[in-house]
Structure formats: structure tokens, C-alpha cells
Design a protein around this ligand. Structure first.
Ligand SMILES: [Zn+2]
Length: 425
């Protein structure tokens, strides 16, 4: 036996357990495993979680904040304009350096699956070609899915259809879209239908940026849901952002949520970006401008949280940590209830993993599954979220791939005996 994690707290077990790992797989979970392995890790009653999935990020744009200028209005549109300027200067080395660093940050935080949108509105497709290389380099450590994403529109950008197709031919995994950003409602509908056609042609999944606006008349999610039902694509389609759902009336939201459920859409919410981008045209009261997560979850819809931006023209902060993003979402989505906080943990673990394509056989702390595990410096999900707790160890296929040493704080006023202070209770 290669490894035993002793005295681990895992969800679904009343008492702490030992987890045995051999040949990259979880081979036994029991209160006390007596076999002697090559390596033992004492978890000291701390939480061991399945790894995180970042289901929505833009690795081509990461770490470009301020280049060539900062987003003064804070709007999505100014972000797109700044990115269009920065995009002209992209090179292979530039994209590779930034994307590689961001993926390393994510891995260090326990992320082993990343879905990155890649802007295809560039005649050279520099970012697509580069991220395909990054994907290869991280194989076995971080599973990377690339979405062909038409940032400037399939019809509002010259040769948009052709670039989308080229990106899929080059090796993108998933077809994207941006119907709310097309010039007209009709073009938006065409955007959705083209994306569905292309996905069917390549037998690919879909993940569209959709209805990312405060405009309640932006209603393309219903088109995507209807196309999903008519074409039998259920389970393969993700709707990202859908912030206009915040602003529609309740009767329409009721209809739409039923349609989303029927279509089996996966929904992705991006609280960091949309908390700063939405409501920018409001005076007071200001809308939160977010999709209706609680209602979607209550209807049994799969909802995951994405990081979206890490230091780019849309969102200037971030360290590639899903727990930090979930912390933001607890506030922004008012999911602070005793049963809601564990639900938020699902939104960065099991729910996005499902949208990614993981199954019960490939994901979760279950005997026979790959030993992909994250040991946190916290005893519960609640405490991990409260303190955005360090990830002590990240284990992929039974191998330790990242290690974090928690910092130590000491109170030391003059005349006091030095006192180490612990933020755990
Ligand atoms: Zn996005």
C-alpha cells in the first residue's frame, strides 16, 4: 500500500476515518486501517474534500489588469473594449506565462479540473493555440477543457462563424457563445443555434456566456433551453452568468426555471465578476444583478460557481481560489443559513465536477475512485469557508502535488508574554 491518510474527516461519515491509497486509487475507507503503507499522513481530524473544479475561467485574459488601462466604469462593456486593445498584443509566450501561473495558483488551491473559455475573435487564434499547449503540459495534474468563446460575437465580429469552427478543428473541447452581445435579438438567436449546430457537428458540449446583462429583455437562456430539449442535448449544455434572471419578473423567472430544469442545463454563477460588473447603470437602489441561484437549486438544477476572471479588465482581484469565490458568493447570494453553507461547498466541488463531465466513478471520496484529495486546515466545510482555510495538501492520483504551510501569528505587545493566536475556535 502506498499511502494512508489517518484520522480524516470526510462528509457522510459520523466518525473520522483512515483512507488507504494504492496505485493512485482509493482502496479502503475505514475507522482504523492497520496495514502498513509506505507513507502515512496524520490528518489530525481535519477535513479531506474531493478536489475543486473551476468551471468558468478565462485563462487567456488572466493577469492583464491595467494593460493597457484600468476599467474606469467597471462595466462589462468597457472590460470588453480594453481586452480588445490588449488582445492585439497577444503572443504565445505572453499567454503561456500568464495562463501557466494562473493554473499553478488553482492547483495549489486544490483545483484539478478547469474549464477555460478562450477568445476566438482573433484571426490568428493565438490564445487558442497557446492554451492547447498549456492543456498538454498540465495533463495528469489539472484536466483542462477549452471553450471556443466568441468574445466579440459570432455575427458582430468578422468571420465569427469561421473562427469558431477553426477553434474546434484545432482542438477546443466545448462550443461557446455570447448571444446577448450580438447586434440584434435575431443575431442572438442565430448565435445560440449556430453554437448548437457546431456542437452537434463536433459531438461537443456547449457552454455559453448568456444573458450577462441587467436587461430583463435579454432572454436567450430560454432559446438555449428550448434548443437543448428539441435537439436532445440534455446534460451536455451549460448556461454561464444568466444575470438578467435577476431583473426579470417573477412570473417569467418561474417559467424559465422550469424550462431550465426540463432541459437539464447546468448553470454557472460567477459571483466575483458579476458583483462588480452588474448594476453599474443603476442609481439607488442598486440591483445585485445575479442569477437566481437559490431558486434554481430549489428546483433541482445543477449550479456551480466559477472564478471567471483572475486580475483582468473585468475583475482586478483573485488568486485562483474557489473557496475565496465561494466566500464571496455566501454574502452576495445570501446563502449564510446552516444548511446553505454546505450547499455552497457543493457548488465548488460536486456540482461543477458534474457539469465538467465527472461521474460517481471518477469523482468523490469513494473506494475504487482516483485518489484525488484535498486536506484543508479546517475541521468542517463551514470553518474552511469562514477562514478561507489553507489547503495543506493536494493529492492527485495518489501523489502529493501541492503543499501549503499555514502562517503563524503572534501577539507581542510590550510587556506581554508572546501569545500565538489561532483563528480557529
Ligand atoms: Zn466568463
Amino acid at each position: 500500500m502506498d499511502l494512508i491518510l489517518r484520522n480524516a474527516r470526510i462528509r457522510g461519515h459520523d466518525k473520522n476515518v483512515d483512507i488507504a491509497v494504492n496505485d493512485g486509487l482509493i482502496t479502503k475507507i475505514a475507522p482504523k486501517i492497520t496495514t502498513r503503507p509506505r507513507q502515512v499522513i496524520d490528518c489530525a481530524g481535519k477535513l479531506v474534500s474531493p478536489p475543486f473544479t473551476d468551471i468558468h475561467v478565462h485563462l487567456d485574459a488572466v493577469l492583464t489588469v491595467g494593460q493597457p488601462r484600468f476599467n474606469q466604469t467597471g462595466t462589462l462593456i468597457e472590460g470588453i473594449e480594453i481586452w480588445a486593445e490588449r488582445k492585439k498584443t497577444l503572443t504565445f509566450d505572453d499567454v503561456k506565462r500568464r495562463a501557466t501561473l494562473a493554473v499553478k495558483w488553482e492547483l495549489a488551491h486544490g483545483v484539478t479540473r478547469i474549464r477555460s473559455h478562450v477568445d476566438v475573435c482573433d484571426p490568428d487564434l493565438t490564445a487558442v493555440k497557446t492554451l492547447l499547449e498549456v492543456k498538454k503540459e498540465f495533463a495528469g495534474l489539472v484536466d483542462l477543457q477549452l471553450v471556443a468563446f466568441p468574445q466579440d460575437g459570432i455575427y458582430a465580429f468578422p468571420k465569427g462563424e469561421r473562427l469558431m469552427k477553426q477553434a474546434m478543428e484545432l482542438g477546443c473541447d466545448i462550443v461557446g457563445g455570447i448571444p446577448h452581445h450580438e447586434m440584434t435579438r435575431d443575431d442572438g438567436v442565430a448565435d445560440v443555434k449556430f453554437a448548437c449546430d457546431l456542437a452537434q457537428q463536433f459531438q461537443a458540449k456547449l457552454d455559453l456566456h448568456i444573458d450577462e446583462t441587467d436587461d430583463p429583455h435579454s432572454r436567450f437562456t430560454e432559446v438555449l433551453a428550448a434548443e437543448t430539449i428539441k435537439r436532445g442535448l440534455s446534460g451536455r449544455v451549460t448556461a454561464s452568468h444568466t444575470t438578467s434572471m435577476h431583473s426579470v419578473d417573477n412570473a417569467y423567472a418561474f417559467k424559465l426555471i422550469r424550462l431550465i430544469k426540463r432541459a437539464g442545463l447546468h448553470m454557472v454563477t460567477n459571483p466575483c465578476d458579476n458583483s462588480v460588473l452588474q448594476g453599474r447603470f443603476d442609481t439607488y437602489p442598486k440591483r445585485r444583478g445575479h442569477t437566481r441561484v437559490k431558486e434554481l437549486l430549489a428546483a433541482g438544477v445543477n449550479v456551480g460557481i466559477g472564478h471567471d476572471s483572475i486580475m483582468d479588465p473585468w475583475y482586478p482581484l483573485g488568486v485562483g481560489d474557489p473557496v475565496q469565490v465561494a466566500f464571496v458568493w455566501i454574502h452576495y447570494g445570501q446563502m449564510s443559513g446552516a444548511t446553505e453553507i454546505p450547499q455552497v461547498w457543493d457548488m465548488i466541488t460536486t456540482n461543477p465536477a458534474r457539469a465538467f463531465g465527472a461521474t460517481d466513478k471518477t469523482y468523490g471520496i469513494i473506494v475504487g475512485n482516483p485518489a484525488d484529495l484535498v486536506l484543508l486546515d479546517a475541521e468542517t466545510e463551514f470553518d474552511a469557508l469562514r477562514r478561507i482555510a489553507p489547503r495543506l495538501l493536494v493529492i492527485r492520483n495518489g501523489q502529493i502535488v501541492a503543499r501549503t504551510t499555514p502562517s503563524e501569528t503572534v501577539l507581542c505587545p510590550k510587556g506581554w508574554k508572546k501569545e500565538a493566536i489561532d483563528f480557529r475556535i
